[in-house]
Design a protein around this ligand. Structure first.
Ligand SMILES: NC(=O)c1ccc[n+]([C@@H]2O[C@H](COP(=O)([O-])OP(=O)(O)OC[C@H]3O[C@@H](n4cnc5c(N)ncnc54)[C@H](OP(=O)(O)O)[C@@H]3O)[C@@H](O)[C@H]2O)c1
Length: 317
């Protein structure tokens, strides 16, 4: 039995990975968290709601590398899957410390960094400066003795199924605001978007644990569509004609983007920054993923396609 720790297994992507791993009895799962395990009553409620995966929590302090190393050895952790949120120096450093601790721990051999996005390369740094965090994790892993792979599912399909599709991700609107019948599309709407449902990405992740050799990138794609195709499917399923704005490439480059909707908890400015960033990435082709994919390796796994996924909108608004 392999003991697998999911760091940040309490978050959107992490919970999905833990839930999926728990269906595979070959592995023993531990969640690494900065927080104490929840009060019993709260935990019971979350278990009943299905919002808390049933795996033991181990509280850790990411700033203490030697204590982290001890914890990994004490629990005989062989593989770490990181699903820590990565967007600033603090959480990036937390993951770098975990990589260092994993490299020091005699029991830990494998590490999947938190990434779950497009192929992040140096040439995209001018478009998305936060790529530096993913590059520094990759560099730390390259210079370690750990085996690692970077999971690349593209966009998560979940965003276009919210709030009806099952998902642990925090809600966000990209391009098409389905409930309000509006779309704000970057460029001409013909850029390819590779996307995968979180639970399908997690299913592939579980399967790569069986592989002896891990490539630098483990690309998985549920489906690939353009915004124009996505909009056509949405209009077909909902039976509504959407109000559509196209932001030209020049406008996107200047950050003059149309925000389709402001998600809860975001200021208008934050929503605009996020829209501008994702729009720049879209028109640069970042979501058009390489053809070498895990799909061919595991043909028995059939990730859901966009058309079927968006059926959650049938008869709903
Ligand atoms: N491709 C896509 O469309 C897409 C969409 C969403 C996310 N992602 C990627 O998926 C990964 C996880 O994102 P998420 O949305 O699931 O994250 P999240 O839910 O916001 O956070 C995940 C976990 O990170 C831990 N965490 C937060 N701040 C931390 C810190 N300073 N130090 C250490 N741990 C910290 C927390 O766990 P504890 O409090 O239990 O420690 C939290 O539950 C990220 O790499 C993100 O970029 C990709």
């Amino acid at each position: 039995m392999t003991i697998i720790a999911v760091a940040g297994g309490t978050g959107g992507v992490g919970k999905t990975i833990v839930e999926t791993l728990l269906q595979e009895p070959k592995h023993q799962i531990i969640i690494l968290s900065r927080n104490e395990p929840k009060e019993e009553k709260e935990e019971e409620k979350e278990k009943e709601d299905g919002t808390l995966p049933k795996a033991p929590h181990v509280q850790i302090d990411y700033s203490n590398i030697s204590a982290l190393t001890q914890t990994l050895e004490q629990h005989a952790i062989h593989t770490i899957i990181s699903a820590i949120t990565i967007f600033d120096d603090e959480n990036s450093q937390a993951q770098l410390n975990l990589i260092q601790a994993a490299d020091n721990a005699t029991t830990t051999k494998r590490f999947i960094p938190s990434e779950y996005s497009f192929v992040q390369t140096e040439d995209l740094l001018p478009i998305d400066p936060s790529i530096k965090y993913w590059l520094s994790a990759a560099k730390a892993l390259q210079t370690s003795n750990l085996q690692y792979t970077r999971i690349i599912p593209g966009f998560f399909m979940d965003y276009w199924g919210m709030p009806h599709a099952r998902s642990h991700l925090s809600p966000h609107v990209f391009g098409i605001d389905i409930p309000n019948g509006r779309a704000a599309i970057p460029g001409d709407g013909n850029d390819t978007l590779c996307m995968t449902y979180t639970y399908d990405m997690a299913a592939f992740l579980v399967r790569i644990l069986e592989l002896q050799v891990w490539e630098e990138f483990s690309v998985v794609v549920g489906d690939e569509v353009t915004y124009n195709q996505l909009l056509g499917i949405v209009e077909g399923v909902t039976g509504r004609k959407f109000e559509v704005v196209y932001d030209s490439i020049e406008k996107v480059k200047k950050g003059e983007v149309t925000v389709p909707a402001i998600p809860d908890g975001y200021s208008e400015e934050e929503a605009r920054e996020m829209t501008a960033l994702v729009s720049r990435l879209t028109i640069s082709g970042a979501f058009d993923l390489p053809q070498e994919r895990l799909n061919g390796r595991f043909p028995d796994l059939k990730p859901i396609k966009v058309r079927e996924f968006l059926d959650v909108w049938r008869g709903k608004s």
